[in-house]
Design a binder for this molecule. Structure first.
Ligand SMILES: CC(C)(COP(=O)(O)OP(=O)(O)OC[C@H]1O[C@@H](n2cnc3c(N)ncnc32)[C@H](O)[C@@H]1OP(=O)(O)O)[C@@H](O)C(=O)NCCC(=O)NCCS
Length: 463
């Protein structure tokens, strides 16, 4: 018989699949990962994602393979700092190693009958002469051929990008795979960059980390904001260029800063790590996520007319109760706004009614901006705030939006359960929905929403 948790997981997987079908995910995979015994399973998982409608892009790392090939042919590399100088005589061997690494992914996907193509999607230019040193065939990304990539992706073909780029006249350059992964993730507006690594990652003890970082089992860091990731890089600055785990953290940080929703660093030697990271609340690796605090912030006095205007049509429709400017001013600190490109498109508030209970109220999204996740993110932000401020329960009074709150994991409760200080207007007959925050982190199953997502996940979703 299927265990309850397995059923939840299946629900969550279907929910996730339908929500993000057609989204692009980039996988930068270290070469040593291709040599561990679980590599065929990793390829099966990637094939599964590609078959279920995700747009999968693979960027194989090839450093170790290049080292081995150059060594085999007795080619000694020179370095400028920590950058290998790929000489004109070495570039054919570097190409051979890069394509060998890429072929391993092609082989893996072929075993699962997923179409794939190793392509020339990167235009490169040479680093030139730096401080008198000719960097020869060492290059950087000049441009990603986005249209070509999209043509391939829309046909459900997995593009594989070896660490070689070509100049407009066809001169090959050795380009770091990290750079390609970053450029392709941003050029394709990827929702995720997976850094599939062959090391154990940044862990407290081995590295200096700021206090209050969320740790998971085995002392692994569960998640970081870009600010926290940057702080770790700064704290460990002397090693950050050479240390593989710190370089990965830097790559993840840069990707999120450049607009990728989430970057995940996972240990590719662990079987099932990608699926676990995607489909379980705690994941298997370290997630770097764009900080909602950058978009959601407190209401300023001058913006009260703006949110009144935002709420007005919803008040007229009967979704929201009418509030005056003075009433909002009185509780201004309770309000938050969602700013997109310098203007406000959603708002919400968290009111303290005593008895450890807080109300989520005045939630409104500009009609031109609905269904973009603004409402959900404000709720998530307010739940997070309530949790941090020690509330046991958040509740909401709603006349028309009960389905939505139910989907977010709220449960209908009786008006009698409201705190004493909260006046319940019987004439409005609103439904009361609540979420119990004390269950956060417990094994209690009752706080799961219909999609099977633990509401802890709502606070900072791995999705
Ligand atoms: C409820 C509200 C805040 C949602 O805002 P939003 O920014 O569009 O929300 P999200 O983008 O996070 O979620 C949109 C999803 O919820 C669904 N949804 C929106 N309103 C819904 C409702 N009343 N009932 C059920 N589902 C609803 C949408 O269809 C969409 O589904 P999809 O993701 O499958 O496409 C917005 O519709 C609103 O301003 N409503 C009027 C004010 C109100 O009722 N506030 C709550 C009382 S405090």
């Amino acid at each position: 018989m299927l265990h309850e948790s397995a059923v939840d997981l299946i629900r969550e997987a279907f929910h996730y699949q339908s929500r993000f079908e057609g989204s692009t995910m980039v996988f930068k995979i270290d070469f040593p990962v291709t040599e561990v015994s679980s590599f065929p399973y990793l390829m099966k998982d990637l094939a599964l994602l590609a078959k279920t409608g995700f747009r999968v892009v693979i960027v194989p790392g090839a450093k170790e393979r290049i080292n081995a090939v150059l060594q085999k042919y007795d080619i000694v590399s020179r370095y400028a700092g920590n950058v290998r100088i790929t000489t004109t005589s070495a570039i054919p061997f570097v190409e051979m190693a890069a394509f060998d690494a890429a072929t391993r992914f092609m082989t893996g996907l072929s075993a699962d009958r997923v179409d794939a193509v190793i392509g020339n999607f990167v235009r490169a230019r040479g680093l030139g002469v730096i401080q008198g040193v000719d960097m020869e065939n060492t290059g950087i990304v000049d441009k990603i051929y986005v249209n070509s990539l999209k043509r391939v992706l829309t046909q459900s073909i997995v593009p594989i990008l070896p660490c070689i780029g070509w100049s407009p006249v066809g001169r090959p350059y050795n380009v770091p795979s990290d750079e390609i992964a970053l450029a392709v993730s941003t050029a394709l507006n990827a929702i995720k960059l997976f850094i599939v690594s062959a090391n154990a990652g940044v862990r407290p003890g081995a590295y200096q980390v700021p206090p209050h970082i969320t740790l998971g089992e085995n002392g692994r860091i569960l998640r970081l904001t870009p600010q926290e990731a940057e702080r770790i890089i700064e704290l460990n600055a002397p090693n950050s260029r050479d240390d593989p785990a710190l370089r990965e953290l830097r790559l993840a940080f840069q990707a999120v800063k450049a607009g990728v929703d989430r970057a995940h660093i996972i240990d590719g030697r662990e079987e099932g790590a990608i699926l676990r990271e995607l489909f379980s609340n705690l994941g298997a690796g370290t997630m770097i996520y764009a900080d909602e605090h950058e978009a959601i912030r407190e209401l300023r006095h001058s913006e009260i007319p703006v949110i009144l205007r935002l709420m007005e049509p919803l008040v007229r429709k009967g979704n929201l109760i009418r509030r005056s400017a003075e009433q909002i001013q009185e509780k201004k600190a309770d309000y938050v706004v969602f700013e997109v490109d310098g203007s406000i498109h959603a708002c919400g508030a968290l009111h303290d009614w005593g008895d450890g209970q807080a109300e989520i109220a005045a939630l409104a999204t500009d009609p031109a901006y609905t269904d973009m996740g603004l409402g959900r993110r404000i709720v998530k932000f307010l739940i997070d705030r309530a949790h941090r401020e020690g509330f046991c329960r958040v509740f909401v009074l709603t006349t028309r939006t009960h389905d939505w709150f139910e989907f977010l994991g709220f449960k209908e409760v009786s008006a009698e359960s409201l705190p004493e200080r909260k006046n319940y207007d019987r004439s409005r007959n609103s439904k009361v929905f609540a979420l119990t925050l004390s269950q956060y982190g417990s094994d209690d199953e009752s706080h799961k929403n219909t999609a099977g997502i633990d509401f802890a996940d709502l606070l900072i979703s791995r999705h």
